[in-house]
Design a protein around this ligand. Sequence first.
Ligand SMILES: O=C(O)CCC(=O)C(=O)O
Ligand SMILES: [Fe+2]
Length: 113
Amino acid sequence: MQVHTDSSVISILNRNQVGGLEIPKDDKWLLVQPTLNELIAISDDEYTSVEHKVKPNKQDERFSVCYFVFPAEDSVIGSSKYEPFTYKDFQAQAQHNVKTLGFKVGLERFKNP
Ligand SMILES: O=C(O)CCC(=O)C(=O)O
Ligand SMILES: [Fe+2]
């Protein structure tokens, strides 16, 4: 799986003990050791959506179950740091970014000046 950030508000990941999930650290990809439950979340910059990828493993079977929490499409997301936007706006922006730039710009686009 290629480098990406999740578009969900919260991602809860449960996987077996075969590793593969990697996050960037000091210009290298760091293997995240499997634990029982993992939580990746975004919330008004308190927690940011971290880039990650999954390294293919041809030897050992690997499975993972992700539970993504999304806001309702028309719900307005407001905060002191961002201009109000709907999740539909965010999705449209993400799709446009991927098509034109090859990656998601993410919340940066909605940040207050
Ligand atoms: O399988 C994993 O460890 C992560 C999967 C993932 O990043 C995703 O589905 O967005
Ligand atoms: Fe992901």
